[in-house]
Design a protein around this ligand. Structure first.
Ligand code: AGP
Length: 615
C-alpha cells in the first residue's frame, strides 16, 4: 500500500511532507520521494528503502518550496529503484505527480506515447499518467491543470489516487480518485491545505477533512478547494470533523502500535458504547442507521460480508442478531460473496464490516448488494471511508486510528457494534422483553471494566510466550460463540509471527484434525464456564491423551481445569454473549508477545497491508 502527502500554503512543504509520509510507514513501502516547486522549477528528491534514506538525501541536497507532493511506494510495476520511485515528472519538466493504484492498460498507453516521441525514464505504469497530462496541457487544455488532468485520466483503466502539480500553475494541486486505490483526504487549514491518502499523515494540522469519492477530483490552493466529477460537474464538498487527536495516532510509550491498540481497548470500547446507550431509559440509540421500525420489521434476513478479522467479528455478531433480534444471519467472505450471484430481495439487509472502509472485496460485495436493491449497512472505523458513504446506514466503531496491520481494537469494537445493532433491531422488531433489554444493557456497561481487568494478564502471558514462541504449529479450539475467537486467535498469531496456526471448531477435531495433535502442536483451547464447558473439557482430555500441550482459557475461579490443562489463563467471569470480547484479549497478547520474541516486524508484517485495496 503506498502513501501520498501533498501540501500548499505558507510553510516549507518538504519537512511537512516527509513527516507525513513517516506517519504512513505502517502501510509498508520500498522507496520514497518528494517534489516541491520553487523559483518556477520542480525540484525532486527520491530514494529506495526507508524514509531515513530520503531524509539523508535531503540533508545532503535540500529542497524547499511552499507547494509539494510526496509518496511512499510499494513496488508493483518496476523494481524498487530510485528511477521508479515517485514523484514522476513529465518529459518537458512541466508536470509532476504521485499515484496509488495500477494503470491496468499502461502498456498500450506507453506504446502510444512512445510513438508520439515521449521518452520514458522509469519502468512504472505511473509515468504514463504524467506524460498524458502534459500531452493534454499542450493540446486543448492549455493553462488549466485540472482540465488537462481530467482529460488524461479518462484514458486510465483500474483504480487510482493521484496528486499532480505543475510549474506552470505553482499555486495549485489537483487530486483525483478513481475506484478503490486507497482514499484521498483533503485537510483544511488556515491559509494552507493538505492532501493525504490516510488521515494520520495530516492529523496534527487539521481535523477538518473532505474525502474524495470515486470519480471525483479536487483543485486545491492555499485558500480554496474546488470539487468536480470527472465529467466536469461541480460537486458540493462535505467537510467531516475527524474525531481523532494527533496523540492517539502516535505510539506514545508503547513499543508497537499493535501493543498500544491492544491496551487501548478498555477506553476504545467505552467510546464505542458512548452515546449509543440511554441507561436511564434502557434504550439503544443508533441514528446513523436511518432505520424505521416498519423497515426493521420488514426484514427477514441479514447477510454480513467482510474479510479477515472483520469476517470473524461477523461470525460472533450472528449469535447476537439471531438471538436478540430473531433475524436469520448469514456470514460470508466479501471475496466469495461478490462472485456467487447471491439471492437478494428488499427483505434482505447487507451488513459490511470493515475497519478501513476501503477493502476492495468488501466494497465490491456492497456494490453487488446495492445493484440488487438490498438495504445496505456498514460498520466502519475510518470516518469518511467509502464503505461508510456507500451504505444506507452505518455504525462507526469509534475505536480511534488503528495503525497496526493486525486488527485488535477495531475487532472488539465491531463486535460491540453488532451487539448494539442486535439490541436496536430487537427494540424496533419487538423481539426483546424489557427485562431482557435491561439486562443486556447492564451487561454491556460492565464490559470496559472486564476488558481492563483482562489486560492485567499481560505479564503472565509474556512469561507463557517464553515457553511457546519456538513452536512451529498451533491449534486454536473453541465452540459456539467462541469458535470465531479461536479463528481470530489463530489469525493474529500467524499474521504477525509467521507461525502456522489453525482455528477449529473443537467439536470437529474427532473428524480428522485430532490426527495432528502431538507434543509439537500446542492447542490453545477456549474453555470458559458456559453451556459447552463440559464438551471443551473432554476436548482437552482428548488432546492431552495424544501428548498435546494444552493452554486453556478459563473463567476465573475454575480450579477444576487446572487438573486438565498444562497452562491456564484466567479471564473474568463475563456474560456469555460478551465473553468473545474478553476471550480475544489474551489471544491478542499471546500473538503479540510471541511475535516480539521472534523479532518479527509486528506493525508491518511481511507481505501484508493495513487495507487491502487491490485484488
Ligand atoms: C486482521 O488482523 C488483518 N489485518 C486483516 O485480516 C483485516 O482484518 C482484513 O484485511 C479486513 O480489513 P478491513 O476490516 O479494513 O476491511
Amino acid at each position: 500500500m503506498c502513501g501520498i502527502v501533498g501540501y500548499v500554503g505558507f510553510r516549507n512543504a518538504t519537512p511537512l511532507i516527509v513527516d507525513g509520509l513517516q506517519r504512513l510507514e505502517y502501510r509498508g513501502y520500498d522507496s520514497a520521494g518528494v517534489a516541491v516547486i520553487n523559483d518556477g522549477r520542480i525540484h525532486i528528491r527520491r530514494d529506495v528503502g526507508k524514509l531515513s534514506n530520503l531524509r539523508g538525501r535531503l540533508a545532503a541536497d535540500p529542497i524547499e518550496g511552499c507547494i509539494g507532493i510526496g509518496h511512499t511506494r510499494w513496488a508493483t510495476h518496476g523494481v524498487p529503484a530510485e528511477r521508479n520511485a515517485h514523484p514522476h515528472i513529465s518529459m518537458d519538466g512541466d508536470f509532476v505527480l504521485v499515484h496509488n493504484g495500477i494503470v491496468e492498460n499502461y502498456l498500450e498507453l506507453r506504446d502510444e506515447l512512445t510513438a508520439e516521441g515521449i521518452k520514458f525514464k522509469s519502468d512504472t505504469d505511473t509515468e504514463v499518467i504524467v506524460q498524458l497530462i502534459e500531452r493534454f496541457a499542450k493540446n486543448g487544455a492549455r493553462g488549466n491543470l485540472a482540465e488537462a488532468t481530467r482529460r488524461a485520466v479518462q484514458y486510465l483503466r483500474g483504480a487510482h489516487a493521484i496528486v499532480v502539480m505543475s510549474r506552470l500553475h505553482p499555486d495549485e494541486l489537483v487530486a483525483v480518485r478513481i475506484g478503490n486505490a486507497g482514499g484521498v483526504a483533503i485537510g483544511l487549514g488556515e491559509g494552507e491545505n493538505f492532501i493525504a491518502s490516510d488521515i494520520p499523515a495530516i492529523l496534527e494540522y487539521t481535523r477538518r477533512m473532505i474525502f474524495l469519492e470515486s470519480r471525483q477530483m479536487a483543485t486545491v490552493t492555499a485558500g480554496t478547494v474546488r470539487l468536480q466529477t470527472l465529467d466536469g460537474a461541480a460537486v458540493k464538498a462535505v467537510v467531516h470533523d475527524v474525531p481523532w487527536d494527533p496523540i492517539s495516532a502516535a505510539k506514545g510509550e508503547y513499543k508497537h502500535f499493535m501493543q498500544k491498540e491492544i491496551f487501548e481497548q478498555a477506553r476504545s470500547l467505552t467510546d464505542t458504547i458512548g452515546g449509543r446507550v440511554d441507561f436511564d431509559h434502557d434504550t439503544i440509540i443508533l441514528p446513523d442507521l436511518n432505520l424505521t421500525p416498519e423497515r426493521a420489521q420488514s426484514l427477514n434476513r441479514l447477510v454480513t460480508v467482510a474479510c479477515g478479522t472483520s469476517y470473524y467479528s461477523g461470525l460472533v455478531g450472528k449469535f447476537y442478531i439471531e438471538q436478540l433480534a430473531r433475524l436469520n444471519v448469514e456470514v460470508d467472505y466479501g471475496s466469495e460473496y461478490r462472485y456467487r450471484d447471491p439471492i437478494i430481495d428488499e427483505q434482505t439487509a447487507i451488513l459490511a464490516i470493515t475497519q478501513s472502509g476501503e477493502t476492495v472485496d468488501t466494497l465490491a460485495a456492497m456494490e453487488e448488494a446495492r445493484e440488487k436493491q438490498a438495504l445496505l449497512w456498514s460498520i466502519v472505523n475510518a470516518v469518511g471511508s467509502q464503505a461508510m458513504r456507500l451504505a444506507d446506514g452505518y455504525i462507526t466503531m469509534n475505536a480511534g486510528p488503528e495503525i497496526g496491520v493486525a486488527s485488535t481494537k477495531a475487532f472488539t469494537a465491531s463486535i460491540v457494534d453488532q451487539y448494539l445493532l442486535a439490541l436496536y433491531l430487537g427494540q424496533l422488531r419487538g423481539t426483546l422483553k424489557p427485562a431482557q433489554l435491561r439486562q443486556a444493557i447492564q451487561d454491556i456497561a460492565r464490559l470496559p471494566d472486564l476488558v481492563g481487568r483482562t489486560l492485567e494478564m499481560a505479564d503472565q502471558i509474556n512469561d507463557l510466550a517464553g515457553r511457546l514462541y519456538h513452536y512451529r504449529d498451533f491449534l486454536f479450539l473453541g465452540r459456539g460463540i467462541n469458535y470465531p475467537i479461536a479463528l481470530e486467535g489463530a489469525l493474529k498469531l500467524k499474521e504477525i509471527s509467521y507461525i502456522h496456526a489453525e482455528g477449529y471448531p473443537a467439536g470437529e477435531m474427532k473428524h480428522g484434525p485430532i490426527a495432528l495433535i502431538d507434543e509439537d502442536m500446542p492447542a490453545v483451547t477456549i474453555a470458559l464456564k458456559d453451556a459447552l464447558y463440559d464438551k471443551m473439557i473432554s476436548q482437552i482430555e482428548q488432546a492431552k491423551a495424544r501428548g498435546g500441550l494444552v493452554i486453556a482459557l478459563a473463567t476465573e475461579g475454575d480450579s477444576f481445569i487446572r487438573s486438565k490443562a498444562d497452562h491456564v489463563l484466567y479471564v473474568p467471569d463475563t456474560p456469555p454473549l460478551l465473553s468473545p470480547v474478553v476471550a480475544v484479549i489474551p489471544l491478542q497478547l499471546l500473538a503479540y508477545t510471541i511475535a516480539v520474541r521472534r523479532g518479527a516486524d509486528v506493525d508491518q508484517p511481511r507481505n501484508l497491508a493495513k487495507s487491502v485495496t487491490v485484488e
